[in-house]
Design a protein around this ligand. Structure first.
Ligand code: SF4
Ligand code: SF4
Length: 203
């Protein structure tokens, strides 16, 4: 060790410089606004795009939106949705989900089921407080899914608007589908090799 480095070490030891450096950091943070949330007393502001628990929705007059088409079940990569559909005897060609289950323990919150639904019957909510000691209670059935949809209706609709699934103020009962914004691409000219085929056909 050089003489200069040795002298520096002696001064540092004598003046407790490491302690003062550490105390400087402590004092600096004493005058900062704390960023720790005192959960659950304080709650975070959750964005409308948040993917929380799934809920089933009804139309404003109380009728169930779900037509039991199974598209959400087919789209789910985790195979955690089970829909059992039945015919409505009073309305020819009208179907509905007589049973609906989502095993939320398997759900990866990808949102594919919501995007696949042609009548926007499914939506994600801002609900995330459903931890439990009994895993079996996390198999959400139709009643529980509609309960979630009712309790979090405003957030569920905001989710659909934020993802371009539904337009605000619109409540059509027609089978409809809006592509999510992420899927819509600007119109591009066809690739050159396709252009050639088109030209040959038209010649
Ligand atoms: S969010 Fe994804 S994983 Fe969860 S139920 Fe829907 S499709 Fe399945
Ligand atoms: S929630 Fe939507 S996609 Fe799933 S069965 Fe009902 S109507 Fe079909």
């Amino acid at each position: 060790m050089s003489v200069g480095a040795f002298t520096k070490r002696v001064w540092q030891a004598a003046l407790f410089t490491e302690i003062w450096d550490a105390m400087k950091v402590t004092f600096k943070h004493m005058f900062h606004r704390p960023i720790t949330f005192q959960y659950p007393r304080e709650q975070r502001t959750i964005p409308d795009t948040h993917r929380g628990a799934l809920g089933l929705l009804r139309y404003d007059d109380g009728q169930e939106r779900c037509v039991g088409c199974d598209l959400c079940e087919a789209a789910c990569p985790s195979h955690c949705i089970k829909v059992i559909s039945s015919e409505d005897k009073s309305l020819p060609l009208q179907r509905f989900a007589s049973e609906f289950y989502i095993d939320i323990t398997k759900c990866v919150f990808c949102g594919y089921c919501v995007e696949a639904c042609p009548v926007n019957a499914l939506a994600m909510t801002k609900m995330y407080e459903y931890s439990t000691h009994d895993k079996r209670t996390l198999l959400f059935d139709k009643k529980r899914l509609y309960d979630i949809g009712e309790r979090h209706l405003t957030d569920a609709k905001k989710y659909l608007y934020a993802h371009g699934q539904e337009k605000e103020g619109q409540e059509s009962r027609e089978y409809r589908y809006f592509f999510p914004q992420s899927v819509i691409k600007p119109t591009q000219p066809p690739p050159k090799h396709l252009m050639k085929q088109v030209d040959e056909k038209s010649a």
